[in-house]
Design a protein. Structure first.
Length: 206
């Protein structure tokens, strides 16, 4: 692993930042549970002295640096480290939602994931304790579920972006499902019309 954490770069007239320690790549993870027709989302809380005196949400997205260029394994590792929930060999669905840059000056590429934890029957009122990665920031790391209204009040950009991407994907799936049903209805109507035309032709023939 490259020990250099942040590196200032300059390209033409732009100055930016990259993170060599994780190959300039990270994962942003938003686990969720569907219960009683309502969605709940799992967010984490860790110590970050950079935002100690700033008005930001206490809870934020599960994130991690991709150190060995294995995104899927990083997702599994970060879930355990930041929430204490082991998703290895469990009935969970992991959806990849695309990759994006956070802003114009940070060249780190974020890979967005959503995880459906519904089948694990988790306690939505419980505070989950992560195992941590050995750093001071994750020494007391924890996670808890919030509902959609609480999530929408968050000012954590990564959680809101992942939430928006997940909703967009679900809407696209919904639209595709509607289109498939419309195609089936039109096919049935056409078949009925063809059968009617054939019946009329047979009737007039005799």
């Amino acid at each position: 692993m490259n020990k250099e954490y942040l590196k200032i770069i300059e390209v033409e007239f732009m100055h930016g930042v990259e993170e060599p320690w994780c190959n300039n790549q990270g994962v942003a993870i938003l686990p969720y549970v569907l219960k009683n027709n309502e969605y709940y989302y799992l967010l984490t809380k860790e110590y970050n002295p950079l935002f100690k005196n700033k008005q930001i949400s206490q809870y934020s997205t599960i994130t991690g640096g991709v150190e060995n260029n294995n995104h899927y394994q990083t997702v599994i590792n970060e879930m355990l480290e930041e929430t204490g929930i082991d998703i290895r060999n469990k009935k969970v669905r992991i959806d990849y939602l695309g990759k994006h840059y956070a802003n114009k000056s940070n060249t780190k590429l974020w890979y967005f994931y959503a995880i459906d934890l519904t089948n694990l029957n988790l306690d939505l009122t419980k505070t989950y304790k992560g195992t941590g990665d050995g750093s001071i920031g994750e020494k007391e790391i924890s996670a808890r579920f919030v509902n959609e209204k609480q999530l929408n009040k968050s000012n954590d950009a990564l959680s809101l972006a992942t939430y928006g991407k997940l909703n967009l994907k679900n809407l696209i799936r919904f639209d595709n499902n509607i289109n498939q049903k419309l195609d089936m209805i039109l096919q049935i109507l056409n078949e009925q019309k063809n059968n009617t035309d054939k019946s009329n032709k047979i009737y007039w023939k005799y």
